[in-house]
Design a protein around this ligand. Structure first.
Ligand code: CP
Ligand code: NVA
Length: 310
């Protein structure tokens, strides 16, 4: 690919795409998922290569991107900090210049969003955020698709976030602003979600609650995440104390809408942020969320590389 950074479409945070682009992506996801389920070959990315760069651990992101790219006819190169020169302090900008001359698309999981942005600024090919300290847009893409395939539009609905004001919470907030739903948030003191640092200017879609049970009242989706995200392990003991009352349990699910679903990006810790009865219960859709990571990301890679089909 030739240099021309301004023409390249990256997916660095949820607000990089508009509502109508999301509508298109969800429609394509449905088509791509149906083909996969019917064992219909669909290989629009033959001869295309995806490089994945992991500076943090992963199960779902690794497998969903890798399997998805192979299913679409392409190939994959996987790099981690320890087995690349990144672990020996090669600048991210130089890494971007080199890798993006050899592959067609890049997925990165790293720490600061600024590092991802520095890579993208020096990349000749599209870059996808596979999780940073600030955002996890591919996960919210999958979560929204999981809702849409079960219940239809998310517009006007209510999502309750219980727990840490982390990368997942910030991405839900961006999605609420773009797709027109309300986000209820309850976090312990000191772990709040700040709209400005989540990149959201108008916070009309955000409602804050001291008590997590109030956040869950009449919600359509109740969702949470680990108390300690990757990179914050040194805070584990203090977080365990601070988050003790932010465990999604049956009582919280009981005040949500009767048709509400429970979501979790996984990995989960039963007995910490979620009770086993909830994550393993009838309202949980966590396995669909995990599977849908692959289907939405196939649609995303198709869109970033080929544009609109048909
Ligand atoms: N949800 C998610 O991103 O999982 P992994 O950390 O396993 O990739
Ligand atoms: N908030 C979690 C999500 C893991 C998929 C983390 O960043 O570790």
């Amino acid at each position: 690919m030739k240099p021309g950074a301004t023409l390249i479409k990256h997916y660095l945070q949820f607000k990089d795409l508009r509502a109508e682009e999301y509508a298109y992506l969800f429609e394509r996801t449905g088509i791509i998922k149906r083909r996969f389920k019917n064992y219909e070959k669909y290989t629009p990315l033959v001869d295309r290569t995806l490089a994945m760069l992991f500076e943090k651990a992963s199960t779902r992101t690794r497998v969903s991107f890798e399997a998805g790219m192979y299913q679409m006819g392409g190939s994959v190169v996987n790099l981690t900090t320890t087995d690349s020169q990144l672990g020996r302090a090669e600048p991210i900008e130089d890494t971007a210049r080199v890798i993006s001359r050899m592959v067609d698309i890049v997925m990165i999981r790293t720490y600061e969003q600024s590092k991802l942005e520095a890579f993208a600024a020096n990349s000749r090919v599209p870059v996808i955020n596979g999780l940073t300290n600030e955002y996890h847009p591919c996960q919210i893409l999958a979560d929204l698709y999981t809702w849409i395939e079960r219940r239809g539009s998310i517009e006007g609905r209510t999502v309750a976030w219980v727990g840490d004001g982390n990368n997942m919470a910030a991405t839900w907030l961006q999605a609420a602003e773009i797709l027109g739903f309300t986000l209820h948030v309850s976090t312990p003191t000191g772990y709040e979600l700040a709209p400005a640092s989540a990149g959201v200017r108008r916070s009309g879609c955000l409602k804050l609650f001291k008590d997590p049970i109030d956040a869950c009242r009449n919600a359509d989706i109740v969702t949470t995440d680990v108390w300690t995200s990757m990179g914050f392990e040194s805070e584990n003991d203090e977080r365990t104390k601070a988050f003790a009352d932010w465990c999604v349990d049956r009582e919280m699910m009981a005040v949500a809408h009767p048709d509400a679903v429970f979501m979790h990006c996984l990995p989960a810790h039963r007995g910490e942020e979620v009770a086993a009865a909830v994550i393993d219960g009838p309202q949980s859709v966590v396995w669909d969320e995990a599977e849908n990571r692959m289907h939405v990301q196939k649609a995303l890679m198709e869109y970033l590389l080929l544009g609109r089909i048909g």
